[in-house]
Design a protein around this ligand. Structure first.
Ligand code: PLP
Length: 403
């Protein structure tokens, strides 16, 4: 008789998905710090600010006012109305409250959307470098992520022709993330027009537009692809409060989609988790109907840090850096440094390079391989000026050691 082994119970679906590289790097940095090393971590993907006070107050009041019960699966009607109003005013997108599903963060919105449309073997185009979780969610939904590569020379933006050549009859969606984590690239209206043309020419597919970094734009403007000709009916727009309002731990996001897709996404959510937290939804109404002063102030701080990081990395030999137009990340190309040997160890991959940075210099970053890229590493500047300066100094010392 075979012995019971809980590990044998695991589904192929879960076994196939790797632990996100970002989580692994952050954990290793924490372990080393717990052992007494002074580690500088530039891995973090969340604002280093507190949630604005009026939003915190609204949550406390809502809790005391009895907003502690189940909510409608797609969210309170007042919140969906506030989201519809925000989408109209700030993005020029006309969605009714019935086309909106409030979710436990943008990540669940992506999950709801992908589970709503992906069948086994369906393909979803992701533009590399892409946010690590996309591949995992697509795989769990039974689909196949098809990566379209971009490099620093492309400004990390995929030309429409390159996307078009990846489309097959099995392609269900193009996952577009502008501003982009990890590269900081922001697609222009013209670039989005060209992508929209590809989408309109292929009636089997739609766009999933992840706009979570919408407010963190330093140059140019954020354009919602759903506003382009014929694209409202072909776009699922995803957003949330985590990055723009410094509310990562609150878990509040949403999707807005053509009615049949919104209904299906709501069905997925009703099956897995029901509605988002009740009092957080009330606080979200306060966030969306309030002013954007604190959002603007945070973006100004990121801009100042971005300028500082760009300046220091530009002086770092062996690194090719693109000036990010948005987000709080920068994604220097370190390929000229890969393959060198140090302390008898070959730094042949971005993972090996980042492991060495952490072990030998106490600096935690995230390897490009976590984002489907084998040339770069990601540095987050969502951290204090002091930590950032110290981290950059360590990076400069490490690069100098490579000669
Ligand atoms: N989309 C992108 C591109 C992200 O970088 C993140 C978080 O890092 C998310 C979605 C998830 O955001 P949320 O906290 O709302 O689930």
């Amino acid at each position: 008789m075979t012995r019971y082994d809980p590990a044998r119970l695991l589904s192929q679906r879960t076994s196939a998905v790797e632990e996100a590289g970002i989580i692994a790097m952050s954990q290793r940095a924490r372990d080393l710090a717990a052992e007494g090393s002074r580690i500088v971590s530039l891995t973090i993907g969340e604002p280093d600010f507190e949630t604005p006070e009026p939003i915190r107050r609204a949550a406390a009041e809502a809790m005391n006012d009895g907003y502690t019960h189940y909510t409608p699966v797609p969210g309170y009607p007042e919140l969906r109305a506030a989201i519809a109003d925000k989408l109209q005013r700030e993005n020029g997108l006309a969605y009714g409250p019935g086309d909106i599903v409030v979710t436990n963060g943008a990540k669940q919105a992506l999950t709801d959307a992908l589970f709503a449309i992906v069948d086994a073997g369906d393909e979803v185009i992701v533009l590399a470098p892409y946010w690590a979780s996309y591949a995992g969610i697509i795989a769990m939904a039974g689909g196949k992520a098809v990566a379209v590569k971009t490099t620093v020379e492309d400004g990390f933006k995929a030309p429409a022709e390159r996307i078009a050549s990846a489309v097959t009859p099995r392609t269900k969606a193009i996952l577009l993330n502008s501003p982009c984590n990890p590269s900081g690239a922001v697609y222009t209206r013209e670039e989005l027009e060209a992508i929209a043309e590809v989408v309109r020419a292929n009636p089997q597919l739609c766009v999933i537009a992840d706009e979570i970094y919408e407010y963190i734009v330093f140059e140019g403007e954020h354009v919602s692809i759903g506003t382009l000709d014929g694209m409202a009916e072909r776009t699922i727009t995803i957003n949330g409060l985590s990055k723009s309002f410094a509310m990562t731990g609150w878990r509040l996001g949403w999707l807005a989609a053509p009615t049949p897709l919104a209904k299906a996404a709501g069905k997925v959510q009703g099956t897995f988790t029901s509605g988002a937290n009740a009092f957080v939804q009330r606080a979200a109404i306060a966030a969306l109907t309030g002013d954007r002063e604190s959002c603007r102030a945070m973006t100004e701080t990121y801009r100042r840090r971005r300028d500082r990081v760009v300046q220091r990395l530009a002086a770092c030999p062996g690194l090719t850096t693109m000036r990010p137009a948005g987000t709080f990340y920068i994604f220097p190309d370190i390929s000229a440094l890969l393959g060198r040997a140090v302390d008898g160890q070959s730094l042949s991959t971005t993972q090996a390079f980042c492991d060495w940075l952490l072990e030998a210099h106490g600096l935690a970053t995230v390897p490009g391989s976590a984002f489907g890229d084998d040339r770069c590493l990601r540095i987050s500047f969502a951290t204090s000026d002091g930590e950032l300066d110290e981290g950059l100094t360590r990076l400069e010392t490490a690069v100098a050691q490579l000669g």
